[in-house]
Design a protein around this ligand. Structure first.
Ligand code: FES
Length: 215
């Protein structure tokens, strides 16, 4: 398990913006009276979103005050869950799955692309666009190898398609999440090939029958 510390440089303060404050007030109503502190995870997550993908110390403190919780308890939550980024990250957070199915399907190649295109893990690329890290199973092994970029899964990648994907993001182009080999959901990759093969063999059979008919 990695050591997770707060960033050395922190902003002066944090407040939910009016929209998020309204949203946070509404979250509290989801919980029974006296159990509002159960909203700590979604509130920290919203604070992270408001801070461009990372969770500064003043935001942790603000959530603690908002929920009337001891600061240390919110600090424990923020430093325990790796979905909370304690340091600033790039515009796109690239999470490369390195667990066995993705590894067997080429995640080493994707990691190499990250080193070449972005730099060392957890650093922000020089253009501010990317931060990348290695993660464990993202729960979509059937479409391995998988890379999560912000909230989206990109599937069935190889080094070429992954490099092209990063280029598009860098250029500000819209990208489509999901399979990068064009398959629907997790259907077998061979389905089109099999369908074509079946069609071909049916046609050949038909031709043979037609040829035999005159006899
Ligand atoms: S091993 Fe990569 S998604 Fe499961």
């Amino acid at each position: 398990m990695s050591v997770r510390r707060l960033a050395a440089e922190q902003p002066d303060g944090f407040q939910f913006n009016p929209e998020n404050r309204k949203w946070a007030d509404a979250q509290l109503k989801k919980y029974p009276a006296g159990r509002e502190q159960s909203a700590v995870l979604p509130l920290l997550w919203r604070a992270q979103e408001q801070c461009d993908g990372w969770l500064p110390e003043p935001a942790i403190r603000h959530v603690a005050e908002f929920l009337n919780m001891p600061y240390i308890r919110v600090y424990e939550v923020a430093t325990f869950y790796t979905m909370f980024n304690l340091e600033p990250v790039g515009k796109y957070l690239v999470q490369v799955c390195k667990t066995t199915p993705c590894w067997l399907r080429g995640s080493d190649e994707l990691e190499r692309v990250c080193f070449e295109e972005i730099g060392s893990p957890e650093s922000i690329s020089s253009d501010g666009n990317f931060t990348w890290r290695q993660v464990e199973c993202l729960g979509a092994c059937v479409n391995a190898p998988i890379v999560q970029i912000n909230a989206d899964f990109h599937e069935d990648l190889n080094s070429q398609s992954f490099r092209a994907l990063l280029s598009k993001l860098r250029a500000g182009e819209t990208v489509t999440a999901g399979s990068h080999v064009g398959r629907h959901a997790s259907e077998p990759v061979e389905i089109e090939k099999s369908a074509n093969a079946n069609e071909k063999s049916a046609n050949e059979e038909q031709e043979t029958l037609q040829f035999k008919k005159p006899e």
